[in-house]
Design a protein around this ligand. Structure first.
Ligand code: PRP
Length: 184
């Protein structure tokens, strides 16, 4: 799906396909260099990170393994509920492994700060974070992502994995949702 298919629902395009892919390629180059000679396990956080993961791994030049977790921190609206729970845990035992968590967005930071703490208790050799997007509020949280794709303003974004009430995940771009769609 393309923003041109949604003329009344999208206010503006924040990031084009080209901008996203170019940044993913740059970060993949950094990750290849930083983890050279080490086994890396990428942990994608469902469902938002699926598109980031799918494109990111194809930019890498090294072997990596992938695993997935599903956690819940949001209701169906645009506000964080403040509660994190595991809906699907990792298949892999991460003790002694180098783990890089792959996320679509760091918003309040609640999800990632909780996740990093949780994964760190499992004996991983290292736990780092790559988030494609970071919102301003997140800088107040004790999360320091090693890789950040883009710092974005405090707007409600959808597309490229990010949803509103499970819609817009299959949008090619990252776009600002018109507040009329969610009654804002
Ligand atoms: C979104 C996003 C992050 C989290 C970020 O997930 O994918 O996991 O919210 O918000 P925070 O920094 O305020 O915690 P969501 O729970 O909406 O699930 P989804 O990935 O399935 O859309």
């Amino acid at each position: 799906m393309d923003v041109d298919h949604l003329p009344t629902e999208i206010s503006s395009v924040l990031l084009t396909e080209e901008q996203i892919q170019e940044r993913l390629e740059q970060i993949a180059t950094e990750v290849d260099a930083d983890y050279q000679g080490r086994d890396l396990l990428l942990v994608g956080i469902l469902k938002g990170a699926t598109l980031v993961m799918a494109d990111f791994v194809r930019h890498l030049k090294s072997h990596v393994q992938m695993d997935w977790m599903a956690v819940s921190s949001y209701g169906s609206g645009t506000q964080s509920s403040g509660v994190v729970r595991i809906l699907k845990d990792l298949d892999a035992d991460i003790s002694g492994r180098h783990v890089l968590v792959v996320e679509d967005i760091l918003d309040t930071g609640l999800t990632l700060s909780w996740l990093v703490r949780n994964l760190s208790t499992r004996g991983a050799a290292s736990v780092e974070v790559f988030t494609l997007l970071r919102k301003p509020e997140a800088v107040k949280m004790p999360v320091s992502p090693r890789y950040v794709g883009f710092d974005i303003p405090e707007v409600f974004v959808v597309g490229y994995g990010l949803d509103y009430a499970e819609r817009y995940r299959n949008l090619r771009q990252i776009a600002v949702l018109d507040p009329r769609v969610y009654g804002g």
